[in-house]
Design a binder for this molecule. Structure first.
Ligand code: GRF
Length: 219
C-alpha cells in the first residue's frame, strides 16, 4: 500500500483511471492529495466526487519557480506521499521537488519517447506521418520528457486520423499503463539502474506482449 500525491492542470482522465483501479481493488494505493496549478481544473471535480483532499496552488503567490516547487514538496511530505503522479500537469517540475522525490515522480506522455516530446505529442506524430505511436510512463528528471522509461504501449496511427481520433485511441492505453506502472512501483518491482528501469519477476518478452497488445486495426 502506498500513498500517492497527484499533480494536474486539467481534465484529469488519467487521475480518474487511477481512482477507478483503486476503488476496484486492483491498485493498493491511497490518493492523499490532488494539487492543481489551475483553479478551474476539472480534476478538482473528480477529487470532490471521490472525497480526495485537493488544493489549488497559484504560482503567482510564489516569488520563484523553486519556491513554488518547494511548497509543493512540503505539502506532499505533510501527506506522507510516497509517489508523485503527474497527470496532465502542464509545467516542467522544479529541482526542489525532483530532489525531494528522486525516481519517485512519474509522468505519462502521449507518444513513444524519445519521439515527439513536449506539448501536442499526438499532433506531432500525425504531422510526421508515423504508422505507430503510443504512450510512455516515465520517471521524471529535470529535462522535458527525458527521464527513464518505465512502460510504453504502441498504438497505430492511420492516414485519416485527426488529432482527436488519435488522441482518443492513445488515451485508452494511457488509462491502462499508468495504473500498471504505479502497481509495479507499489509491488517494489521497479529497479532503476542509470537510464534502465528493470521490472522484476517478468521475463521482458512476456511483458512486452502484455503491455503492447496485438496491433488493433479498429478503435
Ligand atoms: C494526457 O494525454 C497525457 O498523456 C498528457 O496530458 C494529457 C492529460 O490528460 N501528459 P488527462 O488530464 O489525464 O485527461
Amino acid at each position: 500500500m502506498i500513498n500517492l500525491g497527484v499533480l494536474a492542470s486539467g481534465r484529469g482522465s488519467n487521475f480518474q483511471a487511477i481512482i477507478d483501479e483503486i476503488e476496484q481493488g486492483k491498485l493498493k494505493a491511497s490518493i492523499r492529495i490532488l494539487i492543481t496549478d489551475r483553479p478551474d481544473a476539472y480534476a478538482i471535480e473528480r477529487a470532490k466526487k471521490h472525497n480526495i483532499k485537493h488544493i489549488y496552488m497559484n504560482t503567482k503567490e510564489f516569488s520563484s519557480k523553486d519556491s513554488y516547487f518547494e511548497a509543493i514538496a512540503e505539502n506532499l511530505f505533510n501527506e506522507k506521499v510516497d509517489l508523485v503522479i503527474l497527470a496532465g500537469f502542464m509545467r516542467i517540475v522544479g529541482k526542489p521537488l525532483i530532489d525531494a522525490y528522486p525516481m519517485k515522480i512519474m509522468n505519462i506522455h502521449p507518444a513513444l519517447l524519445p519521439s515527439f516530446t513536449g506539448l501536442h505529442g499526438q499532433k506531432k506524430a500525425l504531422q510526421y506521418a508515423v504508422k505507430i505511436t503510443g504512450c510512455t510512463v516515465h520517471f521524471v528528471d529535470e529535462g522535458m520528457d527525458t527521464g527513464p522509461v518505465i512502460i510504453q504501449s504502441a498504438v497505430c496511427a492511420f492516414h485519416d486520423d485527426t488529432e482527436e481520433t488519435l488522441s482518443n485511441r492513445i488515451l485508452k492505453m494511457e488509462h491502462k499503463i499508468y495504473p500498471e506502472a504505479i502497481r509495479l512501483f507499489e509491488q517494489g518491482r521497479l529497479e532503476v539502474q542509470g537510464r534502465t528501469v528493470m521490472i522484476k519477476d517478468i521475463p521482458s518478452r512476456d511483458y512486452d506482449y502484455l503491455i503492447n497488445p496485438p496491433i488493433q486495426l479498429t478503435d
